[in-house]
Design a binder for this molecule. Structure first.
Ligand code: SAM
Length: 335
């Protein structure tokens, strides 16, 4: 159903609702980072001293975020992911999710979290209309969890998972960043969670960001390590996402392998990103940013339309030496 949308004269809007970029990709997915702040300090994601806190007036207001979601929906965005920083440290997160879920055209609201605040927030978020959750969990070892998050408590994340499981989300995915010498020995144990719980477990290649982590070349391991360690994996049909999907025999959920470094999926990229300080990023690993801060609906709509049309074909080489050109740490983008 097409609702409240403008720009029907644009030749790029197919069937009246979907915006296609110059490489033929239909852009239907917005990742909205609602804060740069986090209650953890994952080594690969952000610096030890956290973020240089920006002035309040440099960040998007809740109203601007919702206006941006409305403009995005008018251009054909159907899936919204709320991310951060840690989105659950944002005081108005439940209200923000409720308003975003009510935007005409948004079919699905997903949220990515470290899970530690879910014991309190899982139920209100589900009631606010969040459909799906991704929960980051890189290790099942309490000491390693403390190390990688710089001080986090594994119990908090596991309690968050239990809370989420009891709230009827349509899908829960666990995200583990693959880090050679850190958690590659835990691939079987992490994958086993897809047998124990109705969750997908996804292994994501470590992306060499601007200033995050002090990892050596051995830390960057390809997704194929997972299929080598788990020969019993059976391929399953893709679900339209970027992960290559498998399943363990008897499992309740899938194993997803996400390979932004060793086998990029830019030709299938259907997403744009908006940072908490209002920068629209057509490509995660590009330094191109277009500010939406201070714009009204019409300004955002036009700016987004042009940004989508200018989306780069691919993100360029990424490796230990060829680092991301994003000029931001991941907590300032949202993953
Ligand atoms: N705080 C939330 C969380 O922990 O999920 C949301 C924000 S976090 C930036 C979003 C995702 O990005 C997480 O799954 C995290 O593991 C992933 N991520 C952060 N830095 C990364 C990196 N350098 N390479 C791969 N994934 C990364």
């Amino acid at each position: 159903m097409t609702k409240n949308y403008r720009g029907q004269g644009c030749p790029c809007l197919q069937g009246g609702i979907l915006l296609t970029d110059q490489y033929g990709r239909q852009i239907t997915y917005l990742r909205l980072s609602v804060t740069e702040l986090c209650n953890l300090r994952c080594l690969y994601c952000m610096p030890a001293d956290g973020v240089c806190k920006k002035r309040h007036d440099e960040m998007l207001t809740q109203e601007e975020m919702i206006t941006a979601v409305r403009a995005a929906a008018a251009l054909g965005i159907r899936k919204l992911r709320i991310t951060g920083g840690e989105p659950l440290v944002k005081a108005d997160i439940v209200e923000l999710c409720r308003k975003a879920a009510a935007v005409d055209g948004i079919g699905e609201v997903c949220l990515t979290t470290n899970g530690t605040l879910l014991p309190k927030l899982a139920r209100p978020l589900r009631d606010a209309g969040v459909n799906r959750l991704n929960l980051s969990l890189d290790t099942l070892d309490a000491g390693k969890y403390r190390y990688i998050t710089r001080f986090g408590d594994l119990t908090d994340a596991l309690d968050g998972l239990e809370a989420a499981l009891s709230c009827g989300f349509e899908k829960i995915k666990l995200n583990a960043v693959l880090i050679g010498g850190f958690n590659d020995d835990e691939i079987p144990a992490l994958a086993e969670l897809s047998r124990k719980y109705p969750v997908d477990v996804r292994f994501i290649e470590l992306m060499p960001m601007y200033d995050s982590g002090d990892f050596g070349p051995e830390a960057f391991i390809p997704y194929t390590v997972v299929t080598e360690r788990l020969p019993e994996l059976v391929p399953v049909s893709p679900d339209g996402g970027v992960a290559k999907l498998y399943q363990l025999p008897g499992a309740q959920g899938n194993i997803g392998l996400i390979s932004p470094v060793s086998a990029h999926f830019c030709t299938a990229c259907n997403r744009i990103r908006l940072t908490a300080d209002g920068k629209l990023k057509p490509c995660l690993h590009s330094s191109d940013e277009i500010s939406l801060k201070g714009m009204d609906y019409d300004g955002m709509l036009e700016t987004m339309r042009h940004a989508i049309l200018a989306k780069p074909r691919w993100h360029g080489e990424l490796s230990y030496r060829e680092r991301s050109r994003a000029n931001r740490n991941m907590n300032q983008i949202g993953g």
